[in-house]
Structure formats: C-alpha cells, structure tokens
Design a protein around this ligand. Structure first.
Ligand SMILES: [Zn+2]
Ligand SMILES: [Zn+2]
Length: 454
C-alpha cells in the first residue's frame, strides 16, 4: 500500500480532492464569510451561499443521527465516498489469503498484485458503516477489523456526518488575541486550548475537528515559540538550540521595536516557508491568525510554495494580508526552481516547514532531493512532519543516507504534541491510516565546512 496514494486521497489533501473537508474549507465562500464576521468560522463548511440564520435548518440529518452506512447516508458526498471505496478498495480477508499463498512464490514487483486478486469491498460493516469486505463471510473472518480498525472507522463515519450536518459549528469560532500577561502553555492541545481560551470546544469530536486544522499553524508556533515544548534534552539538540535561539532573537527584537522607533525601522519580517504546501495552504487564511496571536508583536510572512499550491484560497490573489503583522503568500511551483525569488536567506529570519512531505517515498523522493540540497545551503532551520512512525522514519533515513554528511540534526524525530487528533483512512485500503503531522523532526545544513588544503 503506498502512502503517496494515501497522501493524495485523504484528509491531507491536494486541492482537487473531491472527498475531504479541506477542499470545502478552501472555498471562496470563506473569504466572503470572513468579511462578514471576523472570528466566526461557522460558514466555511457550508457548500453554497450560507442561508440566513433563521432559515437555516439546525441539522440536515434526521434526528441528529450521525451514523449511517455510507450507501444510506443522506449526504451525497459520503455516498460517493463509499462508491469510491467499493470501486478502488480491497477486501482485507481476500488480501491476506492471497498474500499467504504468494509467500511461497517469488516476490512480485508489481504493487497492485494483491489488489488484482482481491475482490472489491461491497459488503458494508454494520458497526462502522464502511464497505469493508467482499462478503459477509469475509467480514466475519476478519478479527483485525473487529478488534483494531472498526472503532476508528466508526468515529470517522460520525465525524464526517457531523461536519456536514449543517449544524452551527461553534467550535470553529476561534478566540481573538489576549492580554500579554496570560502566558500560553504549549505543552499539548489541552494546555494550549485552555490557556488560549478556546471556550467552544466541548467534546472530543470538536477537538478532532479543530486539531486537524490548527495542527499546521500551531506546530509552526510551537517550534518557534520561547515556551516551545521542544527543549534541549527532550529531542532538541545543541545545534537545535542555536538555530531556534537565532529565530527567537528576532522575535525578541520585534517585541522591543514596539517601543523603539529606531529599531522598528530596522527590523524585517520573519519568513516562514511552508514547502510542498497542499491542504495547509487551502485552510481559511484566518486560521493562521492563531499563529499571529502566539507572536502578537512579530511581523510574520508565511510563504506557501509547492506544485499543488493554488494562488490563494480565493484563487485570485497571491498575497493575503490578514493583519498588519501577518501576510500569507502563495507560490505555485517547486521551491528549488523558484529559489531566486526568495534569496538571500538568513538563519535569524527564515525558517522552513515541510508538512507530511514524503521525502522518503519512492514517488515523491526525486522531486524533493534538489529542494533539500538547496535548503541545506541556506543554513536555516528546517522542520518536517510525518503521517505516522513509518512515514517519518522513511523520511529521516533518506535524509541520513543522502545528506547525512551535509546536515546537523536540530530535533530528533519524535511524536508531535500538536498532531491532528483525527485519523484519516486510505480509500483503497481501510487498514492504512494517517494522522497529519503525527511526528516531527528538524535539521539544517552544517554551519561550517571542512576543506582539505591541497
Ligand atoms: Zn474477500
Ligand atoms: Zn466495521
């Protein structure tokens, strides 16, 4: 099962995906909504023009029921999703049987070999509602589904119905800035939401919805912030301390510039590059205000760069200024091909993020390699995330193998306290799951070079 397919099919989405929520979040409606009500996110999931409040049904779903077999869902997109699974998925029981019988044969190079021998999943599990197996018999035989997979699919089913239920999504009404005396605690989601006063998140489902979106800006914030959860001795290396101290020095200068006009005329914005940007560039721009609130005095420019990056959520502008101190800029293309539009780089002002990039994946590896080479030359800190332990370790081992001599590790690979709390499933194999920004690591080009004198 290839992660790149997963990457492209589910939650961590390219913008053309038909099935995820992010493509809907990225709709132009959001920008209109933004002009109407600055901190309300309730409209950004609605498909068409939001109706007037009094006309809008509380929920489109009968009896507030959130669980339906996919084929019986009142939501068309979910029925379509079920169809996609029955057309492209595999029955895990068939798959296991064939793999076992193949074990004695020579290894088959073709990735889809087992798919060819597996019947399509047309039987819907009554407990999770997904089309999971080719038949009731094969469903009954599958202990792994019953014990491990089913409960997560059930949650995914209900979450998706909830998101599209048409109810008022008050959990997306995010808090505004807060008094500088209140220190944000970035240990984990709980402490973050508590100290940032997210009063509208009242249950685990809301937490999952919100964390999936905020995982991107808050992971960035957690790395850069003076009260970062990534500290020396807990994954952050000596080199990591140096790199992050450089960035925080600039953050401090921005604070001092508030009361020092001379300094204010000298400071330049911190540039946060998000490379290979996909769904993170499609989020409603206001989501990134939460990053701004972590650094209320800092000038931040976020650059989304990637071949799948659309110009901006409303597809017309390449720069969206969210506040006087925060701008989002969108560049479609590969970073290493556009590097001269961004050069020169400065380790005190520039920092790079790659969310779930798949550096180690066979399909994406080649397009990342020249970018990594260029990034290492900048000497600026680079942070990457992975979908799960395997995905992250693949990326890290490729970096070690191909660039080990040129790089210093800043943050040892580890779980990210600001990972999405939502599990996404591969539509062609429901046993494979992914979590946006599950794990995180950091590195940069070595800051010295050893040259032999001839
Ligand atoms: Zn089967
Ligand atoms: Zn099930």
């Amino acid at each position: 099962m290839s992660l790149s397919i997963l990457r492209n099919r589910i939650g961590i989405l390219p913008h053309h995906s038909k099935y995820g929520i992010v493509s809907r979040i990225g709709s132009a409606n959001f920008l209109k909504a933004q002009q109407r009500t600055l901190f309300s996110f309730k409209n950004f999931l609605s498909k068409s023009k939001p109706q007037k409040q009094e006309n809008r049904p509380k929920s489109l779903l009968p009896d507030n029921n959130l669980f339906y077999p996919l084929s019986k869902s009142p939501i068309k997109a979910i029925v379509e999703k079920g169809k996609t699974i029955t057309e492209h998925g595999i029955c895990p029981t068939c798959d296991t049987v064939h793999k076992a019988s193949d074990a004695s044969h020579e290894q088959h190079a073709h990735n889809n070999y087992s798919v060819a021998h597996s019947k399509r999943p047309t039987f819907e599990c009554p407990d999770c509602g997904y089309p999971t197996h080719c038949s009731k018999e094969h469903w009954e035989l599958d202990e792994q589904h019953k014990n491990e997979v089913c409960k997560y699919l059930r949650v995914a089913n209900e979450d998706e119905h909830d998101l599209r239920s048409g109810r008022r999504m008050s959990e997306f009404e995010f808090p505004s800035s807060q008094s500088p005396e209140i220190v944000v605690n970035l240990s984990n989601w709980d402490t973050f939401f508590y100290t940032r006063n997210f009063l509208t998140i009242k249950n685990d489902r809301s937490l999952r919805h919100v964390s999936k979106i905020l995982s991107y800006p808050i992971t960035i914030g957690a790395v850069m912030h003076p009260y970062s959860p990534f500290v020396y001795g807990k994954g952050l290396t000596h080199e990591g301390v140096k790199s992050l101290t450089a960035i925080r020095t600039t953050i401090r200068e921005h604070e001092l510039a508030k009361s020092d006009k001379n300094l204010a005329s000298m400071i330049s914005p911190i540039r946060i590059f998000v490379l290979g940007a996909r769904s993170e560039a499609m989020l409603p721009p206001l989501v990134y205000l939460q990053l701004h609130y972590l650094f209320p005095n800092s000038m931040l420019n976020v650059y989304f760069v990637g071949p799948e990056c659309i110009p901006s959520p409303d597809e017309t502008r390449s720069t969206v200024s969210i506040s006087s101190k925060l701008s989002l800029k969108y560049y479609k293309g590969l970073f290493h091909e556009q590097i001269w539009s961004f050069a020169p780089f400065d380790p005190y002002n520039d920092i790079f993020f790659m969310f779930n990039p798949g550096i180690g994946h066979s399909l994406t590896h080649n397009s990342w390699k020249p970018t990594i080479d260029k990034l290492l030359e900048t000497k600026c800190p680079i942070f990457g995330t992975g979908f799960n332990e395997n995905d992250m370790n693949n990326d890290v081992s490729i970096l070690e193998k191909e660039h080990g001599e040129q790089l210093d590790w800043l943050l040892q690979p580890r779980e990210n306290p600001f990972a999405s709390l939502k599990k996404d499933f591969g539509l062609n194999d429901l046993r494979v799951w992914a979590i946006a920004n599950w794990g995180i690591y950091g590195f940069r080009g070595k800051t010295y070079e050893v040259r032999s004198v001839e």
